[in-house]
Design a binder for this molecule. Structure first.
Ligand code: GLN
Length: 310
């Protein structure tokens, strides 16, 4: 077993080094101005097993904003708050085949295609319960801390304000959805909550820990507490496979074959059910807004360790 552990640690270090050079081919997300301040050459990888062991390399402790990976956490919270029927009355379950912020994000039934694209995620966030915006955000933050097993999470105020100032597309999608009766409550309040959830700082290691809980059917791998009901974990993992990387989800299923979610902060989360969670960090993005080094690292790891579930 210790020989296996040594080999896994070696593999983790190897895939980070072998894929570093791909960062040159990507670009930082510039539509959120503060995100262009990141160092695009950074690469990090972390694996957490459901036995609670971790294997790490590179910039695995560097903090970055979670961005769209937050969508799976708020989806879980909204499902716990409202139940599956109420949530999917307003949001679909089908891949959109379009970019995460496409104007064509609303399907012919007047629903956003799925909870992984921006429109769907903003609608989901508007369903989170709480008597005031402050209470809603505190509930989101506390749930993020619980599910990542990290007390250190905080908001990156500058990234939050940067997106709040420039998020015209998200505002457009949200106002359109309000007209179609998809957004609960005030539009600006829903957008503000969404911009905040996207600006929570995490590390690749914290993403891997969250992934381990989702790999473990919702059970905290240390305390054995059922943090998320297994049925919700299954639903979320299915949406990650079909929609997690937007219009690149199909290619990712072919090349990697794991539930995954990306964010324009450069993070990527992948789940190997029954085995481990994987977190990667590399802020240089491809044309679809997915981390270039993250994609390459996951492709190499999945091949080397035979991880595909498909
Ligand atoms: N906050 C970002 C946005 O709404 C999240 C997008 C992403 O990570 N793909 O545009």
């Amino acid at each position: 077993i210790s020989k296996n552990k040594e080999q896994l640690q070696q593999k983790v270090e190897e895939v980070v080094e072998n894929n570093r050079h791909y960062a040159k081919l990507g670009n930082l997300a510039s539509y959120i101005p503060v995100l262009t301040e990141a160092d695009p050459t950074q690469v990090g990888l972390s694996i957490w097993t459901i036995k609670g062991e971790s294997f790490n390399a590179g910039a695995y402790q560097t903090r970055f904003t979670i961005q769209s990976i937050s969508k799976i956490i708020t989806l879980i919270l909204a499902l716990l708050d409202n139940g599956r029927d109420a949530v999917f009355k307003k949001v679909g379950m089908e891949p959109s085949g379009k970019s995460y912020n496409a104007i064509e994000s609303i399907n012919c039934c007047n629903k956003p295609f799925n909870p992984m694209i921006n429109a769907g995620a903003i609608a989901v966030t508007s369903m989170i319960k709480g008597d005031s915006p402050q209470i809603k955000f505190a509930r989101i933050m506390n749930f993020f801390k619980k599910i990542t097993k990290s007390d250190n999470l905080e908001l990156d105020e500058r990234v939050y304000l940067s997106e709040k100032r420039t998020g015209i597309r998200n505002r457009t999608l949200a106002y359109y959805m309000k007209e179609k009766n998809i957004i609960e409550g005030e539009v600006e309040a829903a957008l503000d909550l969404y911009f905040r959830q996207c600006s929570i700082l995490v590390t690749a290691k914290e993403l891997a820990s969250l992934g381990a809980i989702l790999a473990n059917d919702g059970v905290d791998y240390e305390t054995k507490e059922q943090i998320v009901p297994a049925a919700i974990v299954k639903l979320v993992r299915a949406l990650m496979v079909t929609c997690g990387l937007y219009n690149e989800s199909g290619e990712f299923a072919v090349k990697v074959g794991l539930p995954a979610k990306s964010g324009v902060g450069g993070g990527m989360l992948a789940i190997v059910p029954g085995k481990f969670g994987i977190g990667t960090f590399g802020p240089a993005l491809d044309a679809n807004g997915n981390s270039i080094t993250g994609l390459k690292i996951l492709e190499n790891l999945a091949q080397a360790l035979d991880l595909s579930i498909l």
